[in-house]
Ligand binder design. Sequence first.
Ligand code: ADE
Ligand code: ZN
Length: 327
Amino acid sequence: HRLPELLRAMPKAELHIHIEGSLEPELIFALAQRNHVGLAYPSIEALRAAYAFTDLQSFLDIYYAGASVLLTQEDFHDMAWAYLTKAAAENVLHAEIFFDPQTHTARGVSMGTVIQGLKRAVDRAQAELGISAALILCFLRHLSEEDALQTLEAAVPYRGHFIGVGLDSSERGHPPEKFARVYARCRELGLRLVAHAGEEGPPEYIRNALDVLKVERIDHGVRCVEDPALVQRLARERVPLTVCPLSNVKLCVFGTMAEHNLGQLLAAGLVATVNSDDPAYFGGYLNQNYLDTFAALPQLDAGHAYTLARNSFEASFASDADKARWI
Ligand code: ADE
Ligand code: ZN
């Protein structure tokens, strides 16, 4: 029982959390009532019972439906504040938070409402909880590159409120190279770059995220092990992978946690990190991800816990001064 205590108590960073995926059923129903939005489920229990996923798409359908209750700055603030208070209680010192603006602007919510509401929670968390946080704008890859370019331009007035961009939603059939032009524009703007790759998609998507989009981290990336030359490259170049173990099991990327390849990734010398992805949907926040992974993979010990925590700070986009304080 000393390892679980260490996992809970150790200082850590979270680098892969979709803020819309932190929306708990209780808050979905509260916001639906506050905003007079209708829901397809009669109760909190009925909604939670629908959280049985067979793949990424089966999750995304219900995740986008849940996000439909978000309308005002206060809604975005309240969602992010709920996540940040939980993260602070789990000894998360720093969080880099994804948000999906197209999910909201497509419903008539303005970019300013989304970003300013989230930013208020980020600033409040620094002041009241002492937790540092930053926002990463994600493009939905099932939509067109033209839509992503328009989304980026709508966000330019709020350039100071987010540190980078990511790429998420349905991976298969929507390869990184579809977004080459918008990532080039993001590089010109000095934004930090990440992308989901190798969650359900093949190792080639990881290569093209690096070579075409020029991302600095890979979100998920667990399918890299199918390509040994790619694993060697990721290790040599110290490209971080933001691995999400509970997500991978809930979305059937691995049949069980005992089959997860996190131990293999660490043994190969990769800069792997542990993250929660969509904690309200996948059965737990960051510490639950550490606890369940270490319980299922007997080769992981206190040394690996330390490596994962150090990796989370090293792989973050925090300043060198902050990293020096944390590591
Ligand atoms: N959006 C929210 N969670 C996601 C995931 N795990 N993969 C792709 N898109 C997502
Ligand atoms: Zn994700």
